[in-house]
Design a protein around this ligand. Sequence first.
Ligand SMILES: [Mg+2]
Length: 173
Amino acid sequence: MANNKAVFLDRDGVLNVEKGNYVYQDQDFEIAPGVAEGLKRLKQAGYYLIVVTNQGGIAKGLYTADRVRELHGRMQQVSDNALDALYYSPYHDSISRSLMRKPDSLMIERGMAKFGIDPTQSWLIGDAHRDLVAAANVGITGRILIPTLKERESELAIAVVPDFAAAVAFILS
Ligand SMILES: [Mg+2]
C-alpha cells in the first residue's frame, strides 16, 4: 500500500549551488547552505528523501556515473546518510531520449514504487520548471521552486522560496 511520504529532490541548484554548467568536479560541488540540517529535519519528520537528477553530461562523455555517485557520497556524509535513494538520468536529448529524463517522470515513478510513496502526501523541490512538470505528471501537488539563475517562476509551483531552508520550513509548517 502506497502510504509513505517523500520529498523528491532535484540536485543541482537545490542541494548544491548552481554553477551555470555541469557540476562534476569536486571543487564545483558546493553543498548549498542549510542543506545538511534541512535534510536531517525532513528525515526526522518521516519523509523518504529521494534525489532525482538529470545528468546529461554522462551521455555527452563529460563524466561518468561513478563520479555522480561519488558526489552523492559527499552529500550523504554531511547529512548523516539522510538520503534514501539516488536516481540519475544519464541521457541527453541530443544523444538519446529517455523517459528517465525530466520533464518525464520515470525516475520519480521508480522511487514511488520502491518505497510505496503516496504522491498526495509528498513534495518535490526543484529549481527548474521541468522538475515541477515531472512531479505534476505523477500527482505530486507539493511542488516548490527555488529560483536559480535559470528560472524565476513556474505556474506549477505552490511555493517559490529563496533557498533550501525556506523550502524545508514550508514543508514542515
Ligand atoms: Mg536543477
